[in-house]
Design a protein around this ligand. Structure first.
Ligand code: ATP
Ligand code: MG
Length: 402
């Protein structure tokens, strides 16, 4: 005679089909979600002895890696072999860091897909947890194909770098051209005008004293020659101040004084003791940046005071132009038809440095340029990432202009 079922056994018998049904539904839901995920959903394990395993691999394995899930399941070390040699170290480092900190593992790298004889960029993102027992870490996550966006990103970077090189080249050529024209105007025209003035003086001494009209004409031509000499001087100074030949400190001192007189703004200039040695191209570039910053102050700032500060540390040359004007609004920095700030930033970048815009204490604007002391090649990183709009990240609330 069979024993009557206990209450618990009876309950188990009635709930078992319900549990099985719920499990089936959960499995179906999981399968549907995984089928619709881009890429490969997987579990990965690294054991204490260094061996690895893929306890779960979705069917996306074949499409993403060119290897069937069952194959990779049987030979999990094949995944590492797919990774290009140059990218293997960063893969292992990222795995190690994630295992040690139990923080998510996010890695981008290239694999060789033999089935298509091609390189593919993949991104893996997974979260680790420690399995109970013998030091096994298990990650769960997805791998996706990012080849297209990665190639586009590389192309954007390359064309940005080419554009930066072209801009630097154009600026250099422009600077050389200005120097040449300034010298020619100064030497040729200036020399000829001085000769004309001397000849004119000699001729007017021989004019009959009683012919007032002729005397007056000669005086007029003489004053015309004087004005033309002044104009030649001014134009050649505008094109390239010859004082730059005496170094950046002297040139900035002169520029500060000139600007103060022309704009009627009090300008203070200070630099450390002695000259700051810089090759002429770098000195000209810094000088042009200051000129544009001062132009902007005259045009937009409504400032009454400007402070210009040049200093040098062992590694850097720092230049700050501070005004007490109305300040730059964020929208001003991205004006489509404004090229001054962009040109300044581009010049700074071509010198391997950065240009930041900040707010001066009590209002106004601070333009700060920081370049390496020695002549280093342009800062590739920035050149790559640059875009016309300013980026919002620099210490002290300032923004680096890109
Ligand atoms: N020192 C400043 N104080 C206040 N606003 C400024 C200052 N410098 C620049 N700006 C603002 O930033 C904008 C962009 O300056 P930017 O030098 O790029 O262009 P711009 O001076 O308008 O034209 P340009 O291409 O002739 O230089 C200016 O139009 C102005 O509104
Ligand atoms: Mg401007």
């Amino acid at each position: 005679m069979s024993k009557p079922l206990s209450e618990t056994q009876q309950a188990a018998q009635t709930t078992q089909p319900a549990i099985a049904q719920a499990l089936e539904q959960a499995q179906a839901r999981f399968d549907a979600i995984v089928r619709n995920m881009p890429g490969l959903v997987y579990q990965f394990e690294r054991r204490a002895d260094g061996s690895v395993a893929f306890p779960y691999l979705s069917d996306g394995c074949q499409a993403l890696l060119g290897v069937a899930a069952a194959e990779l399941h049987a030979q999990p070390e094949r995944f590492f072999q797919l990774i290009l040699e140059d990218d293997r170290k960063s893969y292992l480092d990222a795995m190690q860091a994630s295992a040690a900190s139990l923080w998510s593992w996010n890695w981008e790298g290239r694999i060789w897909v033999d089935a298509w004889k091609d390189v593919k960029w993949i991104n893996l993102r997974c979260t680790p947890h420690l399995l109970p027992g013998a030091g096994t870490v298990r990650w769960e996550g997805i791998m996706t194909n990012i080849t297209e966006s990665k190639l586009e990103q590389l192309e954007v970077r390359q064309s940005r770098a080419r554009l930066a090189e072209l801009t630097a080249h154009i600026e250099n050529v422009k600077e050389q051209e200005r120097t040449r024209i300034a010298r020619e105007i100064h030497d040729d025209l200036g020399g000829n005008l001085t000769a004309i003035k001397m000849a004119l003086a000699m001729l007017s001494r021989r004019l009959p004293q009683e012919d007032a009209a002729l005397q007056e004409k000669a005086a007029y031509v003489d004053s015309l020659v004087d004005r033309t000499i002044d104009a030649v001087h001014r134009i050649s100074l505008d094109l390239r101040p010859s004082i730059l030949d005496f170094g950046l400190v002297a040139a900035l001192e002169w520029q500060a004084k000139e600007f103060g007189t022309q704009a009627g703004i009090e300008v203070r200039f200070d630099s450390g003791p002695g000259e700051i040695e810089l090759d002429p191209d770098r000195a000209s570039a810094l000088f042009r940046i200051v000129q544009e910053a001062l132009n902007n102050i005259a045009k937009h700032a409504r400032a009454s005071k400007v402070a210009l500060h040049l200093s040098r540390t062992r590694q850097y040359i720092l230049l700050k132009i501070r005004d007490n004007g109305r300040g730059i609004a964020p929208a001003d920095r991205a004006k489509p038809q404004s090229f001054g700030l962009r040109g300044m930033a581009e010049r700074a970048r071509a010198l391997g440095g950065t240009l930041t815009l900040g707010q001066a204490p009590g209002g106004g604007t601070v333009v700060a340029i920081k370049i390496k002391s020695e002549n280093t090649p342009p800062n590739r990183h920035h050149a790559h990432e640059s875009a016309a709009a300013p980026s919002p990240a620099a210490p002290g609330g300032a923004t680096i202009v890109r």
